[in-house]
Design a protein around this ligand. Sequence first.
Ligand code: SF4
Length: 360
Amino acid sequence: MYAVAEAATTAYFGTKVYARGIVEFSNVCTKDCFYCGIRKHTKVHRYTMTKEEILACAEFAYSQGMGTLMLQSGELPSPERINFMLDVVRAIRRRTMDLACESPPFPSAGPNQRDFPSQRGLAVALSLGELPSSVYQAFLEAGASRYLLRIETSNPTLYTRLHPASHSFQARRKCLEELQRIGFQVGTGVMVGVPFQTVEDQANDLLFFKELDPDMIGLGPYIVQSQTPLGKLWLEEHGEESAAKQEANRVALLERTTRMYALARIMLGNVNIAATTALEALDPEGRELALRRGANVVMPIITPQRLRGQYEIYENKSGIDQDALDSTACLERRVRMAGKELLLDGGWHDPPHFVRPSVE
Ligand code: SF4
């Protein structure tokens, strides 16, 4: 299975691995997902980066040749936040397009930088949660082109066990459909190994992906956050287990998650699949393993170091003590260790699956 997944990845992407820089610009969230370390009812210092701080991250990503910047935060659908983010998206596009025009730094860049003026500068990807369609539309018009909204589980019953009653599986699914209708390059994904999840649920997650037909997949193992309701439940059941049993659980979760990577690649073919940082909480080489089992994208965290510890959606998050340059250099080495090449040429690198609306 792993060999077939790797052959499929190579057929579509060669040995190239795409990079998207992530900025976790705010940990303020109005939601209360039972597994999340920055849920509304967790005691954590809340922050929101300023526009200039976010722009500095964008310039850094651009200077490193990442091509895409993902802006990620908790969910806050207030008019102030939405207007702030519209302004940020426009500013990132404007500033990085100016940089590209002043001195194109990547002469060897992919065809999009050279041939399509509208794809100069950074592509902006958003992961801001559930918002009204009109807001998604406004973000697209402001210059964002990609949106990641993980469904977390395709089983509506399991969804209700992982979230308070105010959160709706159907509403989340509708958002994904709206994002696709509006014209975003859409990513979704699930947690693997979350309490109450069965193997059948995982099989159905893959069928859900097939039916939704997204352009990008993000899969992450469930990592316990001990201050959350789900984390406490997990610790009650597993906290007293022997070291040997805990080690067996870790290995099994790594295997279970990377199997999902492989099966997603085999079933979905030419989509982008991101090797999540969360795998490193299970194994220091977890991301490399994912890159050999179906993934073709890495998403280095370039949030300023002083804020990283405050965006701890799960425990043992890697890279909290690294600065952005360190984590990028480290990632290049890691990707090489997986026998692949990190592509830092400033290209946007859409997956072949995505058919861009013909506006060029
Ligand atoms: S998973 Fe997302 S929406 Fe849910 S509490 Fe965490 S940040 Fe908020």
